[in-house]
Ligand binder design. Structure first.
Ligand SMILES: Nc1ncnc2c1ncn2[C@@H]1O[C@H](COP(=O)(O)OP(=O)(O)OP(=O)(O)O)[C@@H](O)[C@H]1O
Ligand SMILES: Nc1ncnc2c1ncn2[C@@H]1O[C@H](COP(=O)(O)OP(=O)(O)OP(=O)(O)O)[C@@H](O)[C@H]1O
Ligand SMILES: [Mg+2]
Ligand SMILES: [Mg+2]
Lengths: 256, 256
């Protein structure tokens, strides 16, 4: 089972959009996938068509706070066969502050995922901080997918994130990361040239696939029943980009 | 003195870009302005040309944790006359977790700004959560500027934010908010029509000025010495949009 955290403390770089579309892409290619929503905004939950404001079942907040741990009763099916969701609601932000005083608060998610059977991939959508919830994802995951927008503020924070990953994973060997460029506008040559220069030292870690800016990605969460772009707009540029990403990730981090 | 918090728990909607450019715009029109960076990412600090990685002076982290409070020794000049900055560094994230156990932890910023003299406007750039630092801004400010991107996920969280504002400000009268649409692409008519429909019930709270998507805003933080867009690209569409925003805010929330 591959556990991949989709993480970047910079806000609005495409973490949720990537989590939802990569999870759906891997499920369409025959893998059994669990998407864990670890953001109290619950946008991955929303993006797969569940309404976090009215959802009454058990959520990730319950799983992280319960003593016996485990995801029993939390995992629910979605509109796609082989794609399951561990949803979040705003109540997850309470778990964030309650966890501050618990023992082993950084290992709650790792414990909850321990012994999980029947999945090839687990993707974790993270909130835009480096607080206790994203740290839980860093401890639990083995691979890190870092969406980054071609912009000054987004690239600036990469150094902090990589430092945090290195320091937390120092004693947990066998991890790896890749940077995914998102919202790329081909005509913005000045910006793109600057980005390539800044990312030059990390060249080996930047994925070949780049996700172009595409308006359908803005619209799909506004639908009455939000869907991944492969379902909502299968012939769009975004569907093609996320299909290529799915293939690249499948090859790079094949399920074992 | 007008205290305006630029806030939205949704990431990447243009909080920092708006804080930096509105602060600079108000200073250029003759007002004395303080920009408070309340985000451990320290992007407002970076956006005004200070490097948070090497900055050694007192910061907002120190001000919030110190017992006697106040911004003594924290406020520094910028490249613009009448625009001063209370910088942040990554260490502010320690303040976030240390504040969890302090008394009156929500009122630290209010206490630090109490008795501050010599400013017409104080702008506070917030991080993309509803944790203890943004709550400090909600308690300290009187006006709330809410940047929102025309997209499903960004509009979805507006309800949660307005609920949080109402519940915290219930006993602190005399507050107001406005929504600023950012990164607007005129050609995306389908998206824009959906957005107008969703925002229809809040029509009276949406500012007339809308900030168009403009590539120079992505590039200015990548400069060796980042500057506000009015300085970096004075004839750009973005400089014009932020100038109009400055005039609208000056009229709506005139200094008193
Ligand atoms: N390739 C793209 N083209 C156009 N719009 C995009 C693209 N990817 C994402 N978006 C839009 O950009 C916004 C930010 O994306 P998203 O919410 O996925 O980022 P995030 O990193 O998860 O944000 P947060 O930090 O708040 O969790 C969303 O409104 C989304 O619809
Ligand atoms: N009008 C615009 N046109 C084009 N790009 C923009 C515009 N406004 C902001 N940006 C870019 O979009 C990204 C997000 O903006 P910004 O960082 O200001 O948002 P934020 O809400 O402060 O993010 P965070 O939630 O991480 O604090 C930045 O890379 C910025 O350069
Ligand atoms: Mg997200
Ligand atoms: Mg910001």
């Amino acid at each position: 089972m591959r556990i991949i955290a989709v993480i970047n403390q910079k806000g609005g770089v495409g973490k949720t959009t990537t989590s939802v579309n990569l999870a759906a892409g891997l499920a369409r290619r025959g893998h059994r996938v669990l998407l864990v929503d670890l953001d109290p905004q619950a946008h991955a939950t929303l993006g797969l068509g569940l309404d976090p404001d009215t959802y009454a079942g058990r959520t990730m907040g319950d799983a992280l706070l319960s003593e016996q741990g485990g995801l029993d009763g939390v995992v629910v099916p979605t509109y796609l066969e082989r794609l399951l969701l561990a949803p979040a609601t705003l109540a997850l932000s309470k778990a964030d502050s309650l966890l501050h005083t618990r023992h082993f608060r950084e290992q709650r998610l790792q414990q909850a995922l321990d012994g999980l059977q029947g999945f090839d991939y687990v993707l974790i959508d993270c909130q835009p901080t480096l607080g206790v919830l994203p740290v839980n994802a860093i401890v639990a995951a083995h691979q890190f997918l870092i969406p980054a927008q071609p912009s000054g503020y987004a690239l600036r924070g990469l150094g902090d994130l990589l430092e945090t990953l290195h320091s937390i994973r120092r004693f947990l060997p066998g991890w790896d990361y890749r940077i995914l460029l998102t919202m790329v506008t081909p005509q913005a040559t000045l910006t793109n040239d600057m980005v390539d220069k800044v990312l030059e030292p990390l060249r080996a870690k930047v994925l070949a696939t780049r996700i172009g800016r595409c308006e359908v990605l803005n619209r799909s969460p506004m639908q009455e029943h939000p869907r991944d772009v492969g379902t909502f707009a299968p012939h769009s540029r975004a569907a093609y980009d996320y299909q290529r990403l799915t293939q690249e990730i499948e090859t790079l981090w094949a399920p074992h």
